[in-house]
Design a protein around this ligand. Structure first.
Ligand code: AMP
Length: 289
């Protein structure tokens, strides 16, 4: 595995690999790798000639009071995991390298960001779209792998690829969970012992919401209310949002919910003492036709 820190070097090796007809699979991350990331890497390894992993904690996607400085980092451990997963190139640029010139443009996301995390983290998805666009230009992959844990991010990247006619296939990977249902996340290390015990209730709340809809509940606000009460009672954490939308458009659903067959996302963000956790489930709704 080669570790590359400079943009120009990354572009040079990718040019050479592509000249010899190699297919490039790309997994962008912020590091502190866990089994969620590893599943993306395995998918990439199984379906491409060359696997590129990037590790870059992107300041542009963090708000002023968010955890950019405190975000967990352990590059030596990440290197070892990357090697074990068969990564060919680890792209590990510094903040200065990625943003050395003063920005003259920034990608501004217009759709699918007025809800969920986009609503609660202003500018976050502009930062994500901008860095992903830069990384795509540097790595020029054939396929890029993203986790459904961040379902709104997947929807935004899908829009980016379409809008800018990028010749890149977006591969969505299902959320990887701990045995008790908690979605794997680099931020889970912020949970204290008692919070860690309660955190699986978030996934249970999502399942509760999905089951209520499956059982015929038509009032969206009733489903959300039930979930919010369950989370408050079972975890004591502060609910930032519990939302239910059509997926991937992230458009409002009517309440009572209309009949038909379509995909629904139930998503939540919850604040424990140090950790803000997000989770979601996407499922097919099929009623009344
Ligand atoms: P991050 O390092 O948190 O920015 O995540 C990098 C990529 O890994 C993103 O595409 C995430 O959606 C994905 N990812 C993070 N956690 C999980 C998980 N538990 N299951 C599947 N993919 C994940």
């Amino acid at each position: 595995m080669k570790i590359i820190e400079k943009i120009i070097d990354m572009q040079d090796v990718m040019k050479i690999e592509k000249e010899t007809g190699k297919k490039i699979g790309f997994v962008p991350t912020m590091g502190f790798l866990h089994e969620g990331h590893q599943t993306l890497l395995k998918e990439a390894r199984d379906n491409n000639d060359i696997v590129v992993l990037s590790i870059f904690v992107n300041p542009l996607q963090f708000g002023p009071n968010e955890d950019f400085d405190a975000y967990p980092r352990d590059i030596l451990r990440d290197e070892q995991i990357a090697k074990n997963m068969g990564v060919d190139y680890l792209f590990y640029p510094s903040v200065d390298e990625m943003y050395k010139d003063e920005k003259t443009t920034i990608i501004k996301v217009e759709k699918r960001v007025d809800v969920l995390c986009g609503k609660h983290r202003p500018g976050h998805f502009d930062g994500v779209a901008t860095v992903v666009m830069k990384l795509f230009q540097i790595v020029t992959p054939h396929k890029a792998y993203f986790g459904m844990k961040d379902a709104q991010q997947v929807a935004v990247i899908d829009g980016l690829i379409n809008d800018y006619h990028l010749p890149i296939e977006l591969v969505r990977v299902e959320t990887v969970r701990e045995e008790d249902g908690l979605a794997k996340s680099s931020r889970n290390v912020y949970l204290n012992e008692s919070e860690r015990e309660k955190a699986p209730k978030l996934f249970q709340a999502l399942c509760l919401g999905r089951d209520k809809l499956a059982d015929g509940e038509k009032a969206i606000h009733e489903v959300k209310k039930g979930m919010e009460e369950f989370i408050a009672l079972q975890t004591g954490a502060k609910v930032e949002y519990v939302e239910i939308y059509a997926y991937p458009t992230l458009e409002e659903l009517t309440s009572p919910i209309r009949e038909g067959k379509f995909n629904i996302i139930i998503a939540l963000a919850v604040k424990f003492s140090k950790a803000r956790l997000i989770d979601n489930i996407v499922f097919s709704y099929n009623k009344g036709e």
